[in-house]
Design a protein around this ligand. Structure first.
Ligand SMILES: Cc1cc2nc3c(=O)[nH]c(=O)nc-3n(C[C@H](O)[C@H](O)[C@H](O)COP(=O)(O)OP(=O)(O)OC[C@H]3O[C@@H](n4cnc5c(N)ncnc54)[C@H](O)[C@@H]3O)c2cc1C
Length: 422
């Protein structure tokens, strides 16, 4: 047993932004309770969003890690057990079983992140496809791609034109590499952005030299003649030096599931961030948060929700039960060629709703109105803080009246928009 029985620690599984943020917030409020972070990685602190814009800034993986596990241990006044994998949680006896021993906890916080989705693509090079969801993955990717001043341009095929795929495409093409973006949808960012902004981003990436292979998928990936050949479902072949998969992440729920906690897409937590066990909390990419009074739950794999969850869970653990404040926050697409800010409409608002576009001061703005005429989402490019804030204040407001003969069609919405002042 590694911990004392007298005052068992708060244990956090994971040393990503979620784990370290909740540790810092807890330590601000409680200086006495022992705090232990258990992580299978090296425990170095880095900002994950930097991974998809580090090439253009000429950052090496070593430069991205700003603090070591030892420095973080001092900062949180607690232990960081790096290189230690949690194998099993025993909620009944409040123990975590690691590959280095068993730890008792007072309360446990799961911040175990998410794992990249691996598509089951056939071919002798399918296993060599890379994903980047950690600075260690980035180190491998960076070593293979290289900076153009140190190596010849690399041909990189990216599977998936979502947020991460588009950011990497923009970033590594800025560094002089030849990028092909492959996606089954007809436009990039198809699942979260208004079509007008997807088309704008597509054009900006094409202007930058990114080749787009849209409306098709990788059917097989094989190596031969010193190149990787990606055969697409339309029969054509893309030749590349390496393939990066950016087709999505799956919340890491294995530990929670085997411990008998309620899971859905992620670990389901209530308004306080508490799982179905009274001493186990979850936040970050592994969590499925309860949003709003109706009790709907959503995964939210972004920084803003994990920051709110960290503050609330820390307060709750320090003795003041505090609900997680999950206000809509814009997602910033880090594509400098066409910088977009988005608040995607909630899935339950899509039926009967519509995007309405406008061009204001050379900006493309698209607002999403639900079936009752309430603005519940938007996208804007190019974006900056002022326009984001203006659009945020419009969220939740009704811009027109719905009557029996008028559903959310172009006509009433366009009129409504004309009345809106930016
Ligand atoms: C390339 C990229 C760019 C992004 N850009 C943005 C952006 O611009 N804006 C934004 O809001 N969001 C962005 N995101 C998303 C955001 O970075 C994530 O939501 C956030 O970093 C997730 O943090 P986390 O701590 O939940 O997970 P992680 O950072 O994945 O941390 C999980 C931790 O759990 C540990 N762990 C897992 N299993 C175990 C185990 N069994 N035992 C011990 N330790 C374990 C891991 O070692 C790791 O330390 C981006 C994501 C990526 C991949």
């Amino acid at each position: 047993m590694l911990a004392t029985e007298t005052m068992n620690p708060v244990i956090i599984i994971g040393a990503g932004l979620a784990g370290y943020t909740v540790a810092r917030e807890f330590r601000k409020l409680d200086k006495l309770t022992p705090l232990v972070i258990v992580t299978k990685d090296s425990g170095g602190f880095y900002s994950k969003p930097m991974l998809s814009n580090a090439f253009a800034q000429r950052k090496t993986p070593q430069q991205l890690v700003t603090q070591t596990a030892e420095q973080m241990s001092g900062q949180i006044a607690g232990a960081v057990l790096s290189g230690t994998t949690v194998l099993r949680i025993d909620p009944e006896n409040r123990r975590v079983h690691t590959d280095k021993g068993v730890l008792a906890y007072r309360d446990l916080i799961i911040a175990a992140g998410a794992e990249p989705v691996r598509l089951p693509i056939p071919g002798n090079a399918a296993a060599a496809v890379l994903s980047v969801n950690h600075v260690d993955d980035y180190a491998i990717f960076h070593a293979r791609v290289g900076l153009p001043e140190h190596a010849p341009a690399t041909r990189v095929a990216i599977l998936g034109a979502g947020l991460i795929g588009c950011e990497f495409a923009d970033d590594i093409s800025s560094a002089g590499h030849a990028v092909t973006l492959i996606d089954p949808n007809s436009m990039p960012l198809a699942s979260i952005a208004p079509p007008v902004l997807s088309r704008g981003l597509q054009q900006a990436l094409i202007d930058k030299g990114v080749a787009m292979r849209l409306g098709t998928t990788a059917a097989s990936i094989d190596h031969g003649n010193n190149a990787t050949h990606i055969t697409l479902s339309d029969g054509s072949v893309v030749e590349a030096d390496l393939v990066l998969s950016a087709v999505g992440l799956r919340p890491n729920c294995t530990l929670a599931s085997t411990a008998g906690l309620t899971i859905d897409r992620g670990i389901v937590v209530n308004a306080l961030g508490l799982s179905s066990d009274a001493h186990i909390y979850a936040l970050g990419d592994c969590a499925q948060y309860t949003v709003g009074e109706a009790g709907a739950t959503h995964t939210m794999p972004y920084i803003a929700p994990l920051m709110s969850a960290a503050r609330a869970i820390a307060r709750t653990l320090a003795g003041t039960p505090t609900p997680v404040d999950l206000k809509p926050t814009p997602v910033l697409v880090k594509t400098p060629s066409f910088p977009i800010a988005l608040v995607p409409p909630p899935p339950d608002a899509l039926a009967g709703g519509a995007w309405v576009d406008a061009v204001v001061d050379q900006r493309m703005i698209s607002r999403f109105y639900d079936a009752t005429g309430v603005m519940v989402g938007f996208g804007v490019a190019p974006q900056d803080a002022a326009i984001r804030n203006t659009l945020m204040t419009s969220l939740g407001r009704r811009w027109f009246h719905v009557n029996r003969t008028c559903s959310v069609g172009a006509e009433p919405l366009v009129q409504a928009q004309a009345a809106e002042v930016l």
